[in-house]
Design a protein around this ligand. Sequence first.
Ligand code: PLP
Length: 511
Amino acid sequence: MNLRSREPLIFDRSVPGKVGLDLPKLDVPPAKDTRPAHLKRHGFDALPSCSEPEVIRHFTKMSMWNYGMDQGMYPLGSCTMKHNPRLNEKVAGLSGFAESHPMAPSTLVQGNLALIYTLQEWLKEITGLAAVTLQPSAGAAGELTGVMLIRAYHLSRGRKRRAILIPDSAHGTNPATAAMAGYEVVDVASAADGTVSFEDITDAVTGRVKKGLLAVIAEHKEDIAGLMVTNPNTLGIFEHRIDEICKCIHEVGGLVYMDGANMNALVGVARPGDFGIDVMHMNLHKTMSTPHGGGGPGAGPVLCTAALEPFLPKPIVVRDTEKVGEGEVPHHTYRWDWERPQSIGKVHSYYGNFGMLVRALTYCLSHGGDGLRTATLRAIVNANYIRHELEGVYNLPIKTASMHEVVFNDAIQAHHDVHTLDIAKRLIDYGFHPPTIYFPMVVSGALMIEPTESESKEELDAFVHAMKMIAQEAEETPDLLHQAPVTAPLRRLDETTAARKPVLRWTKALV
Ligand SMILES: Cc1ncc(COP(=O)(O)O)c(C=O)c1O
């Protein structure tokens, strides 16, 4: 390894007494320390002592080791790593948006409220649902909000329902959310085509019978609070019987929650409200291209039918329109509506991550309705191009039509003792971020590829070429793949220990 590409922690570079700045001595009395004691840090290990060039080189080097969307394709399935248009950033940085205080009286921030209101209207139109909150700050936060709406709805009708049905192809956050909201999670089997099965399914290997939707409904009937369905599901497949699923759940008085994190495959093409969904979330940090990764900030708006509207978190932005004469332009004013006695309360401080809402509306307005639809269609075409080019080179376990992402696995390469992790690590040597691996769990050794609409044919071809080279290497030089990545500053890491015992904060004890 090139020794210069090694980089210690900035704390390990520290030499006591070194300073990064050379300022003249203070020639005025020092300011009085007015910080309240409870806000001061205690027992803090000193900051590292380094020179300015050392600090700059350290962080520049670290940033060059990183891989981001701005360097190349980032096909992390389910995560929708698409280009963040710089226009969105520019608009979000305008001082009227970026510097306005969240507690400013609504009369002083009419423009900001108008923006929130307008985004609410766009999202209602896109999803075909009647009401919306923009408060939740992530997809998972939106899910919890949505399930709390379902609970509030049933309680308001004097019903104590205990179960939420979840197909086994759901995103992992769905069962976690239902359990957090106090519900019992009941599994529903998937059929061989990857969609929710209405009939029971017998596992070919274990002989175990998994209940399909009809049997689960028959068993739990009036105990069913609802069903959570990811659509398109985590296999990138559209639940083509979604209207029947909704009908069956509604017949026993349950509600249907749609995990709409994959709405980038539906915007402008199909509206969940039209096929019977009662409540859903969208991930603006995915579908509307606001930046994400590293834990946020994001935005996971929740949309719902009129029946669930009274329970939405408060406040909501509403618009009052002055009556005007014929031919005159109506005058609108915007205000927070706190008078919501059945509301589940607040789920985020103020009104969520406002900067993300600015970016999302900029994305909608700059695309226009037809542009949003084109983006969806391009995302689907890109995923299907990769599917077409790599089918046969890699095993495609489920053959149902793909939407915005495609799931292969390592069944062909496994004959040469090359597995999903080896393939993913080798992609780093070819200059690509690996796809999502070993997820969804319904596919053994999954490689889940989501190119998004951002990629050109040239970039897709380069990715396909890399994947084909890796498949050839798996046959001819499998050991090379076991060693991969061979060009990265760090090689194979102990990912299990890193995930189970994360060390996220430096302390002296670590030295
Ligand atoms: C299908 C699906 N549901 C839910 C989530 C959770 O969203 P978040 O990470 O914003 O909490 C994701 C995240 O990518 C997702 O892909």
